[in-house]
Design a protein around this ligand. Structure first.
Ligand code: F0G
Length: 357
């Protein structure tokens, strides 16, 4: 991993030789990627393995989407696009809006009515996106985005655009560069299924290049109310508090199934209760605050341990995909007494209220 005067250059410059992108592509970058792999003492203790968190909140717009978006927006500008469009449960639109702003392109966002976390909405608005709310879910939005890109002069930057996966696969490169080899297992949340497909691409590429001696088993976790890859059937009315993964008919369905099959992995579902409990536990044990969807991989690991699955002696990487500050409303829903007591501005009163006196 090379840097310029110590500064990480963004995923295109760091890994250009390994990405299928147009020759000489000028990168539109906010220095995405280079995210930390944080050791989880908590999950390491619970499993008897070594558990690492790939903390994707540390990307410029607070989610892993920036890795693919630097690639998609760079190519869109390279090809002369003036406007870009995406369907989104929130993070893709936040990322697209930021990179489009940087590139001088016009961002057009399609989002499901009433189901976008406020933080993500704020990002899209402040970065200057034109926002269209659709009476429908993410899957309807994606159909419309595809239709717009087919019939009108706007470039589609959802992960059905293969350039997105080229950027996103750099996360696996970083994992291997840091650990020195691929982990035994890689766990992550799955919604539209682009990310699991991208990770698998990256791991395969590194193994083929001899930079890793093995490929991890890929395990993807969906919310119970939006678990098409688990049941094998699309969900016409997906529902979950983890709105980022509220997807009923993932665009990268086939690629995700291949990743699970080829890696001898699988998909499983976790309930909203398990997801929200994992979110809080992760914040309290490891100091890592993620949005609800991002806790699905951790919830999955905990559920598997309860069911008797063993990760003892194995290296496990869990991607936590986006920042907790994006959706504080859902995070706080489970807390009834947020403020313990209100006191006068007085040390003795605070000490008494805190039970110290
Ligand atoms: N985690 C978060 C925080 C997400 O925003 C998403 C997807 C996923 C996980 C799932 O990744 O779709 O590649 O399987 N969000 C998309 C969006 C759908 O529009 O922002 P995936």
């Amino acid at each position: 991993m090379s840097t310029t005067n110590g500064q990480w250059r963004g995923v295109i410059e760091e890994y250009r030789d390994l990405l299928e992108l147009p020759e000489g592509l000028a990168a539109v970058t906010l220095r995405e990627g280079g995210t930390p792999l944080v050791h989880s003492e908590w999950l390491t203790g619970l499993t008897g393995g070594e558990v690492w968190l790939k903390v994707e909140a540390n990307n410029p717009t607070g989610s892993f989407k920036d890795r693919g978006m630097t690639a998609a927006i760079s190519v869109a500008r390279h090809e002369g696009a003036e406007a870009v469009v995406c369907a989104s449960t929130g993070n893709t639109s936040a990322s697209m809006a930021a990179y489009a702003a940087k590139a001088g392109l016009k961002p057009l966002v399609l989002i499901p009515e009433g189901k976008i976390a406020a933080g993500k909405m704020a990002q899209a608005v402040v970065h200057g996106a034109q926002i269209i709310m659709v009476r429908g879910n993410f899957d309807h939005c994606l159909d419309i985005a595809r239709g717009l890109a087919r019939d009108y002069p706007v470039a589609l930057v959802n992960s059905v655009n293969p350039v997105r996966l080229q950027g996103q696969k750099t996360a696996s490169f970083e994992v291997v560069d840091f650990l020195g080899d691929a982990p035994d297992f890689h766990l992550l949340p799955v919604g539209n299924a682009g990310n699991i497909a991208a990770y698998w691409l990256g791991y395969q590429q590194y193994a083929e290049l001899g930079r890793a001696t093995r490929r991890p088993v890929m395990r993807g976790f969906q919310a119970e109310g939006a678990a098409p890859l688990v049941t094998g059937e699309p969900f016409p009315d997906p529902e979950t508090k983890a709105t980022a993964i509220r997807v009923g008919n993932p665009a990268s369905w086939h690629l995700a199934e291949m990743a699970a099959k080829e890696s001898e992995g699988r998909f499983a579902a976790v309930s909203d209760e398990q997801i929200l409990a994992a979110q809080v536990e992760l914040a309290r044990h490891d100091g890592v605050f993620v949005e609800p969807a991002s806790a699905a991989g951790v919830a999955g690991l905990l559920a598997e341990l309860s069911a008797g699955e063993s990760y003892a002696g194995r290296t496990v990487v869990i991607t936590v995909t986006g920042h907790g500050l994006k959706d504080t409303a859902t995070a706080l829903e489970t807390f009834t007494d947020i403020v313990d007591t209100v006191v006068d501005a007085d040390v003795a009163a605070a000490a008494a209220a805190a039970g110290l006196a």
